[in-house]
Design a binder for this molecule. Structure first.
Ligand code: TYD
Length: 197
């Protein structure tokens, strides 16, 4: 099982990934967490570019699209192995991030064609101003005008792929978000919904 959390910068993914993995472990599942970008050489290069002033320029976005796709491939064997070992893989981001942060869609799909599609994507959707207030503001992407577009593309993507996406209202406090995520994941793993809070 491969589950990813998606959302704009500052959406609270990291906190919720910790909650979700602890809850699954407490429920008796084996869990492995992965993060994109990774700590591979490619991932390190990506992080450097994300801090550069031209990170959102069309050419740099193409370079990032390619680098993210390459970085993601470094994760695929690991994810396949974890799944074979019966682990639930919880990923902070997936190729869906490239579809919303980079473009054009057809090209992103093409360069990510060897990448596994998550079984479930949880989209933490929230107001851009709230998200920005939580950001460290070290990356060029953490700007209102840019994130407004990303948020719109996430909602479009989730609505187009209703079977594999669950939209969670990230404007709510962390406890409500935590419960909503549990309710989204429970049916997939055969966990009884009654008593989830
Ligand atoms: P990070 O500081 O880890 O942000 P977050 O905690 O919000 O994930 O940096 C990841 C940044 O990279 C984030 O702005 C989203 C962006 N990104 C893309 O633009 N394309 C991608 O394919 C991925 C995986 C991330």
């Amino acid at each position: 099982m491969y589950i990813c959390l998606e959302g704009i910068d500052g959406s609270g993914k990291s906190t919720q990934i910790e909650f979700l993995s602890q809850w699954l472990i407490d429920s008796g599942f084996k869990v492995k967490k992965v993060v994109e970008p990774t700590d591979s050489e490619v991932g390190l290069l990506i992080r450097k570019i994300l801090r550069s002033p031209d990170a959102t320029s069309p050419n740099t976005q193409k370079i990032l699209g390619l680098l993210f796709a390459a970085d993601r491939l470094t994760l695929m064997e690991k994810i396949a192995k974890y799944e074979e070992e019966g682990e639930i893989v919880i990923s902070d981001r997936s190729f869906y991030s490239s579809l919303t942060y980079q473009d054009p869609e057809n090209w992103i799909l093409e360069i990510n064609k060897f990448v596994k599609t998550p079984d479930l994507a949880i989209l933490l959707d929230l107001d851009v101003d709230l998200a920005i207030s939580r950001c460290l503001k070290t990356d060029e992407f953490e700007k209102k005008s840019f994130l407004l577009g990303v948020r719109e593309r996430y909602i479009e993507l989730a609505n187009k792929n209703k079977d594999s996406f669950k939209i969670i209202n990230g404007n709510n406090g962390p406890n409500k978000v935590k419960t909503d995520i549990k309710k989204a994941v429970a049916p997939l793993l055969g966990i009884c919904l009654s008593g989830i809070e």
